[in-house]
Design a protein around this ligand. Structure first.
Ligand code: GAR
Length: 209
């Protein structure tokens, strides 16, 4: 009798710079089976990022790559790429990674690097998407998951979800609502990638139902 060997799970490398609540959502979705993939490594450019601790708690290798140890952005991005390759990563998820990802990584993982941004891109890119939209006075903002390219918050969009700014919202209450949506949307978009449901037509993506 021959037993079927189950297909190996896809391996995700997560890049972070800070608290890592999106990383946590990905780890939780993977543990629950909602995301049929495993986090193979977490990489941070910030030694003190709490996300590194979250990775260790989940038994996932946590790697700090110190930008100041490299003399150029090129060499630093080579190092990031090498860590991802060492851990045999299939997909890369930027989750609050606050640096531009270099071509050194993007060429190897072409169309396999995702980013999450807390605004409805192309509106309010940058490091302060929630605050910028709130201060601008928008009535609707939202969350975007997209493929990364060589620019900040700019690649083809995979998923977006709108979030209303209520009359009595403060920046803090809006942030809480936005994070809830992020934590649901990112694992869902990653699962679409894992299932091979995302295809590209120019800069438009098509999601197979
Ligand atoms: C998230 O809100 C993410 O969308 C944002 O950083 C935060 C990281 O939080 N990313 C960007 O603004 C990218 N331009 P987390 O560390 O708790 O996941």
């Amino acid at each position: 009798m021959s037993e079927e060997v189950p297909a190996a799970k896809k391996r995700i490398g997560v890049l972070i710079s800070g608290s890592g609540t999106n990383l946590q959502a990905i780890l939780d979705a993977s543990a629950k089976g909602d995301l049929d993939a495993q986090v193979a490594v977490v990489i941070s450019d910030n030694e003190d990022a709490y996300g590194l601790e979250r990775a260790r708690k989940a038994g996932v290798p946590a790697v700090w790559v110190d930008r100041s140890a490299y003399e150029s952005a090129h060499a630093y991005n080579d190092a990031i790429r090498d860590v991802l390759l060492e851990h045999d990563v299939d997909l890369v998820a930027m989750a609050g990674y606050m640096r531009l990802l270099g071509t050194e990584v993007l060429l190897v993982f072409r169309d396999r690097v995702l980013n999450i941004h807390p605004a409805l891109l192309p509106a309010f890119p940058g490091a302060l998407g929630i605050r910028d939209a709130f201060e601008y006075g928008v009535k609707v903002t939202g969350v975007t998951v997209h493929l990364a390219d060589e620019k900040f918050d700019s690649g083809p969009i995979i998923a977006q979800e709108a979030v209303e700014v209520a009359e009595d919202d403060t920046l803090e209450t809006l942030e809480a609502k936005m994070h809830q949506v992020e934590h649901r949307l990112y694992p869902k978009a990653l699962q679409w990638m894992v299932e091979g449901r995302v295809s590209l037509r120019g800069r438009r993506t098509r999601i197979k139902l």
